[in-house]
Design a protein around this ligand. Structure first.
Ligand code: PMP
Length: 307
């Protein structure tokens, strides 16, 4: 039996879960990394840890400095968790529309939250962050939307975990993209390591990857308004654009049939994985990422109106 000391030792090495109750075509085996088993409840705990270390080790702030980051929530929770037990102050700039639960968790972990207008999107939050950086001394923004440490986190952690757990037998990797760090880092690791693997990126309607205009969507945590510099579109073997309706339908199915309490980005990832399963060779191994939990979205009505 292992005794864990320090919350940071619980980040990563999340369970890999095989879908067995929801019927799958082509005798496909579908696996999901249950990232909501991380101690802050999402895939972004991995990133928070890395960004804090990166900021201190590279001298961007002192050990008593301030990190300021525009975030839809989960990266904030990951960063706030990483800062627990340190003297670093964290401030998050969050568009109002994002889940109240996430904002409450960030505050409870000791962070300050500054809200920006929903209509201004993530670009509005990024602009506000720039203003705060000028006002506050010894401050730095890890800038998850441009920092190569973002994809590198997943190249170093999630990618190797998947290859080890599935003994390299991965035919298709499917993941949603918000900043794109999870997809890009993992996809790059898999293509560098395995002889042949298809990497499939997932977005909600209202995201730009399939050539659409940016617009509102209810699926939280994924969707791109612009392409961050570390994204390499040659890794987009397929792009799946999933409607909110479909994402929420699968959230309910995953909950009722598999007992998986997942958030809407996981519903979208699963919808895309099923589309891959329909065209996959019989017996293929498809792996995806369930980034966070439905408990984070109860007041936003994640289980309402989806039946
Ligand atoms: N799902 C959820 C719920 C998230 O919060 C995020 C992070 N924005 C993602 C998926 C996508 O992760 P990434 O930013 O690495 O693309």
């Amino acid at each position: 039996m292992r005794i864990y000391k320090g919350i940071h030792s619980l980040i990563g090495n999340t369970p890999l879960f095989e879908i067995t109750k929801i019927p799958l075509p082509n005798k496909v085996r579908l696996f999901a990394k249950l990232e909501y088993f991380n101690p802050g409840g999402s895939v972004k705990d991995r990133l928070g840890q890395e960004l804090l270390q990166d900021a201190i080790n590279n001298g961007h702030i002192s050990r008593k400095g301030t990190l300021i980051e525009p975030t839809a929530g989960n990266t904030g929770i990951g960063l706030a968790l990483a800062a627990v037990g340190t003297d670093v102050t964290v401030i998050f700039v969050v568009p109002e529309k994002f889940s109240q639960e996430k904002q409450m968790l960030m505050r409870s972990l000791g962070a300050k939250v500054v809200n920006t207008r929903t209509e201004d999107g993530m670009l509005g939050a990024i602009a506000k962050t720039k203003d705060l950086l000028k006002e506050i001394p010894d401050s730095y923004s890890p800038s998850q939307f441009s920092n190569p440490a973002n994809p590198d986190t997943y190249y170093k952690t999630l990618g190797p975990e998947l290859v080890q757990e599935l003994e390299g037998k991965i035919d298709v990797f499917v993941a949603g993209a918000g900043t794109g760090g999870t997809f890009m880092g993992t996809a790059r690791y898999l293509k560098d390591t395995l002889a042949s693997v298809k990497t499939s990126i997932v977005e909600p309607e209202g995201s730009i990857l399939n050539g659409g205009d940016p617009g509102p969507h209810r699926t939280e945590g994924i969707g791109m308004e612009f392409l961050p510099p570390y994204m390499d579109t040659s890794y987009f073997d397929t792009i799946h654009t999933i409607s909110d309706k479909e994402a929420f339908k699968y959230v309910l199915q995953l909950t009722k049939l598999e007992g998986l309490l997942v958030g809407s980005s996981s519903g979208a990832a699963f919808a895309a994985a099923l589309k891959e399963a329909e065209t996959a060779k019989p017996g293929s191994h498809i792996v995806t990422v369930f980034a966070d939990s439905s408990e984070r979205y109860l007041s936003a009505g994640i289980y309402e109106g989806a039946e």
